[in-house]
Design a protein around this ligand. Structure first.
Ligand SMILES: [Zn+2]
Length: 221
């Protein structure tokens, strides 16, 4: 489950010049989902663009669906309103340092730092709701500081959102050893559909004579 932190209405952080954190979070989550959909995995959102989803509902949903991982995407801020030079990326797991969450956090952190070339602030531990109330491995990612002029500019761009989303997806692919979907795809061409078996046989015979190897698939209603 991908969790874009906050919402359009819920208080999140903002850049001193007014970009809301959710604008970054939702796009990075969308790029991440897009990338993950190339693999044999089901991806859910905890958030919604149509209304803000409270934290409890998000973790309840993850627990009810029994998802394998909960990945919360955020952008950071430092200080009380103005610009400053604090920068970099950090990924959190719960305070008790559960081993799988911590390992997943390390995987994501290293992919993100390698892809973005931002400062590596490391894996950290915190008592955040989404880490505490989830029954599965869970991490919370801070993809850069909205209070750092250079990073705030990056966080606004489609390219940086895409790089972050893809890096998180690639980390999940590596961590869970996900297999590409293409391998499971089968493209079939149907040449006819009949209510009488006899008619299906007639067409199949014609195709055999023409050099094809048809098969008849029987669908019962
Ligand atoms: Zn946040």
């Amino acid at each position: 489950m991908l969790d874009a932190g906050h919402g359009y209405e819920t208080r999140g952080k903002r850049t001193p010049d007014g970009m809301r954190e959710y604008e970054f979070n939702r796009d990075a989550a969308a790029y991440c989902k897009n990338e993950l959909e190339k693999y044999d995995v089901d991806v859910y959102y905890s958030h919604s663009d149509s209304k803000d989803i409270p934290l409890q509902l998000r973790t309840d949903r993850a627990n009810n669906l029994k998802v394998d991982a909960f990945v919360s995407i955020h952008a950071n801020a430092f200080g009380s309103g103005g610009w400053n030079d604090v920068s970099g990326i950090e990924t959190y797991a719960y305070t008790t340092q559960p081993s799988k969450s911590t390992a997943l956090a390390r995987e994501i952190q290293s992919h993100l730092v390698a892809s973005t070339q931002r400062r590596d602030r490391g894996v950290k531990f915190a008592n955040f709701h989404v880490l505490r109330e989830t029954a599965m491995p869970s991490v919370l990612i801070e993809c850069g500081f909205m209070t750092n002029p250079e990073e705030a500019a990056l966080l606004r761009t489609r390219t940086y959102r895409q790089i972050c989303g893809k890096a998180i997806a690639n980390a999940l692919v590596a961590f869970y050893k996900l297999k590409p979907k293409e391998h499971n795809s089968l493209y079939k061409v149907q040449l006819g559909a009949f209510s009488k078996e006899e008619n299906a046989r007639k067409l199949a015979n014609r195709l055999i004579k023409a050099g094809f190897t048809p098969y008849i698939h029987i669908e019962t209603k």
